[in-house]
Design a protein. Structure first.
Length: 111
């Protein structure tokens, strides 16, 4: 279905999706692949969570939102799924995100 290698996401019979930085984590949830890319130190890239369907079509990239702590460097550092998709960033903000659209449905201070 899909595989990853360094900064590439491969799908059957498609060119790979190439990200600017290495892939840190992927989650396969229903028919959606969530991709978290690792932002290197001293690089600024805050919207580092993406979603694709299992056919390799781009669905969404996490949008910019107001954070609880605003630092120069606030990338997302983890993604989990409990009863919903949750994103955690470096600046004490957690988001609940709608899986298929990327819409932010809840936000709280994670510290």
């Amino acid at each position: 279905m899909f595989r990853t290698q360094e900064n590439r996401l491969y799908f059957d019979h498609k060119d790979p999706v190439i990200f600017p930085y290495q892939i840190k984590k992927t989650l396969l949830l229903d028919s959606v692949i969530i991709v978290l890319i690792e932002v290197p130190p001293k690089k600024i890239f805050h919207n580092n969570v993406f979603a694709f369907n299992t056919q390799g079509e781009f669905l969404w990239q996490i949008s910019k939102t107001t954070l609880f702590y605003t630092g120069e460097r606030c990338p997302y550092i983890d993604v989990i799924y409990t009863d919903r998709l949750i994103l955690f960033n470096w600046c004490d903000t957690a988001l609940a995100v709608e899986l298929y659209t990327g819409e932010i449905i809840d936000k709280w201070n994670s510290k």
